[in-house]
Design a protein around this ligand. Structure first.
Ligand code: MN
Length: 311
């Protein structure tokens, strides 16, 4: 848990990489940096016990459960490294181009957040570390599993678990702007600074990957408690975070019926009926009047995800 190795490898008069930093002790953060040094790789870092546990992933992380990515464990990095991006000058350790590819918070798979640290420590020690990421790109369950290989004690595999965030076609490089890909600080080039446009592209998550759900009827509740419930009366709000965010715009107490349709990577809630409004049951209202009321309501929303069904 010491930063000794990290500090030893670097000359802080030359590199702008951070020396230390303190955890906020509220949530555990994670960061993935794309690091184009002598070889391109991604650095996967998880905050634990006041430091960033670090793995170098040559092929980059993936949301495809079939991609088992080699992850070489490297020395602990200081907490402030999670904010670092820039050029590590030539002649220095890791000389190259670093951008933040993804960041966010993470937890263990324990039900109670109080158990996170204990579980994560145990996973790290046993070589089977399971966790849930909440990043801009990477979400859901992952595992880092140590390869039992007496020759190389640092080799792990980074694996995405099959869940609603899994994607079968994924390439981390697709999200990297061309301006960054061109930039090199090695034999092939001498980059001085990051280009203005160095932020990775937005990744649109496919929510609710279960195809069958498109056939189901869903009920949406708005107002004080915003909720999406499927035909089996299961609360599926967590699966459709984007739709929930849009539904929160509706301040009035209402109950809608509709279906969730996947269009490309996007889920849309197509409303077929307005069941109640401001706690008034509308079922006795003439269907024509009801659909007029509903149309006006949905139009006001100006949402691209909450739309009126054409049927
Ligand atoms: Mn690196």
């Amino acid at each position: 848990m010491s930063l000794e190795t990290y500090v030893k490898k670097r000359d802080f008069k030359q590199t702008s990489e951070p020396k230390g930093g303190k955890s906020d002790n509220k949530t555990l953060s994670f960061v993935i940096q794309r690091h184009h040094a002598s070889r391109l790789h991604y650095d996967f870092r998880l905050e634990l016990d006041g430091t960033l546990k670090s793995w170098a992933v040559p092929k980059g992380p993936s949301l495809n459960p079939n991609d088992k990515r080699l992850a070489m464990m490297v020395e602990d990095h200081p907490i402030d490294y999670q904010h670092f991006e820039g050029i590590i000058p030539n002649g220095n350790y890791g000389a190259g181009v670093v951008i933040i590819w993804d960041k966010g918070t993470y937890t263990s798979l324990a039900e109670d957040r109080k158990d996170d640290i204990k579980q994560l420590r145990a996973g790290l020690k046993s070589g089977n570390l399971k966790f849930r990421l909440d990043g801009d790109i990477l979400q859901g369950e992952f595992a880092l599993v140590k390869i039992k290989n007496p020759k190389d004690d640092n080799a792990w595999l980074l694996i995405k678990h099959r869940d609603e965030y899994a994607v079968d076609d994924f390439d981390s490089e697709d999200l990297v702007p061309d301006a960054v890909k061109k930039l090199k600080n090695n034999k092939e080039g001498k980059a001085k600074a990051l280009p203005k446009q160095h932020k990775v592209k937005e990744f649109e998550h496919t929510e609710g990957a279960d195809e069958n759900e498109a056939e189901q009827r869903f009920t949406a509740y708005t107002g004080k408690e915003v909720m999406l419930v499927d035909g089996d009366k299961n609360d599926v709000s967590k699966t459709y975070k984007k739709l929930i965010a849009e539904l929160k715009v509706i301040k009035r107490e209402a109950v809608f019926e509709g279906e969730i349709i996947k269009e490309g990577r996007t889920n849309k809630f197509k409303i077929t009926d307005l069941i109640s409004l401001d706690e008034h049951d509308l079922s006795s209202l003439e269907p024509k009047k009801r659909s007029k009321l509903l149309a006006a309501f949905v139009q006001q929303l100006e949402s691209e995800l909450i739309v009126l069904s054409n049927d």
